[in-house]
Design a protein around this ligand. Structure first.
Ligand SMILES: Nc1ncnc2c1ncn2[C@@H]1O[C@H](COP(=O)(O)OP(=O)(O)O)[C@@H](O)[C@H]1O
Ligand SMILES: [Mg+2]
Ligand SMILES: [Zn+2]
Length: 440
């Protein structure tokens, strides 16, 4: 696909200085302070989703620590000295990079760490960068722990991972942790614009935004998509090209669907599913776009005239407002929940098409659903006892007050013998009801 000698954009534009790192100002500030004041921890943990700058930052930090030209009070690596150049090429003797995804065994770790006692060859420090560190086996973690507990003073560790929850507490507690955040849509768009200008690429209106939306906060993904798009459509790709290459459906069309569904048109949902499946589009991507749109609609509904944080072109706002109004805030919450759930399940679903169809049909019924409060108010009207009393009677406190009553578990259908705990959904509903009626 790529021409010979073509360097993919994500590699060509790997940040070499802290100043080039987009969207992680908290990380840059803390690291630069530490370097400036010579209070650099012995072990770091960089966490965050893929393509947000963890590996790049590990190399920048390593370069800064070992840069031969950096003056006191400066924190950026010079990028030109022998040490900076070798680190950028991953060829430096003092910086040991290890990918735990492909070297997860204890022997791999022992082999790499054999040299910890060795003095650095050129720089001030020997720096061990362990990428995807959560992949290490238990015994490999133990081997690492031994060194990380008391490393020689000339050693620094930089661990990076997308899954910090898989890292043992013993390791976590030795590390200074930095959480890399997803890069925002507008930051990605701005960065892509800058790179396209340098590369003489002229994507048409809306293209970079569509690409950035797909990347979900990952800069590497965003750049990869630009590569892909340009390979297929040349230097001036239009929105139709992006929609074709990535199997996307434009926002106008998605809004049209949601408008129809809000009006109770179930058939529109079925036809949409048919189009998505028959045209071979990536269903998960389409659902991701719908989830993104649902989120925007929620922001529109919740914010009123305040459009901060709403990342769509100004001229699309009126249409969005109309749809948001048609659903109402309750309907939108339900919409977002259903779509998110559908999107999470669709790749593994045995019958993805049925899943998508039923989800869309459910969405066409939202208009007919009443919010909980309205239902309860109506119940109150028709029942003899106020609903608040009924609710009170089923709360645990009420049961304790009247021990002669049979325990609900005995009447309830068998759910494994003991009393069934409330599901999260039931708890939320119950809490809402209690709040509404002042029950405790
Ligand atoms: N915060 C960022 N700012 C600018 N470019 C980034 C950023 N994060 C990632 N990139 C781009 O993505 C590529 C891969 O980034 P990398 O640091 O390896 O991400 P991670 O280790 O978090 O998966 C980089 O070469 C760069 O082109
Ligand atoms: Mg990485
Ligand atoms: Zn340097």
């Amino acid at each position: 696909m790529a021409e010979p000698g073509y360097t993919v954009l994500a590699r060509k534009y790997r940040p070499a200085k802290f100043a080039d790192l987009v969207g992680q100002p908290h990380v840059v500030k803390a690291l630069s302070n530490a370097i400036n004041t010579n209070r650099v921890a012995q072990a770091f943990l960089f966490t965050g989703s893929r393509g947000t700058g963890k590996t790049s930052s590990a190399r920048i930090l390593a370069s800064a620590l070992n840069c031969l030209e950096r003056k006191p009070g400066e924190f950026e690596p010079c990028g030109k000295c022998a040490s900076c150049r070798d680190i950028a090429r991953s060829e430096d003797l003092d910086v040991v990079e290890m990918d735990a995804a492909s070297n997860s065994r204890v022997d791999d770790v022992r082999e790499r760490l054999e040299s910890v006692e060795t003095r650095p060859a050129r720089g001030k420090f020997r720096i061990f960068i362990i990428d995807e560190v959560h992949m290490l086996s238990t015994s490999a973690f133990n081997a690492l722990l031994k060194t990380i507990e008391e490393p020689p003073p000339h050693v620094k560790f930089i661990l990076a991972t997308t899954n910090p929850e898989k890292i043992p507490e013993t390791i976590l507690s030795r590390c200074q942790r930095y959480d890399f955040r997803r890069v925002t849509l507008s930051e990605i768009v701005a960065w892509l614009e800058a790179i396209c200008a340098k590369e003489n690429l002229q994507p048409k209106d809306g293209v970079l935004r569509a690409v950035a939306e797909m990347a979900e906060g990952g800069m590497r993904d965003a750049l990869g998509k630009v590569d892909q798009l340009v390979a297929f459509s040349g230097a001036k790709p239009g929105l139709e090209d992006a929609e074709r290459v990535f199997g996307l459906i434009g926002r106008a069309k998605l809004l049209e669907l949601l408008t129809a569904l809000a009006g109770g048109d179930a058939r529109a949902g079925i036809l949409f599913a048919e189009e998505v499946f028959d045209s071979g589009k990536d269903v998960a991507e389409v659902l991701a776009s719908l989830v993104g749109l649902a989120r925007t609609l929620l922001l529109v509904a919740a914010g009123g005239a305040d459009t901060r944080g709403i990342d769509v072109p100004e001229n699309e706002l009126p249409a969005l407002r109309q749809v948001a109004q048609a659903y109402g805030i309750h309907g939108l919450v339900y919409l977002a929940e259903l779509l998110t759930d559908c999107r999470q399940r669709v790749r593994r679903a045995a019958f993805p098409r049925v899943l998508v169809e039923t989800t869309l049909v459910k969405l066409s019924m939202v208009g007919r659903l009443e919010p909980l409060e309205a239902l309860l108010a109506r119940l109150d009207e028709v029942s003899d006892a106020p609903v608040s009393e009924v609710i009170n009677n089923i709360t645990p406190a009420a049961r304790e007050r009247s021990p002669q009553e049979p325990k609900p578990a005995q009447n309830a259908p068998a759910t494994g013998g003991s009393e069934r705990p409330l599901s999260a959904r039931e708890k939320t509903a119950l809490d809402a009801v209690k709040r509404q009626f002042g029950a405790t």
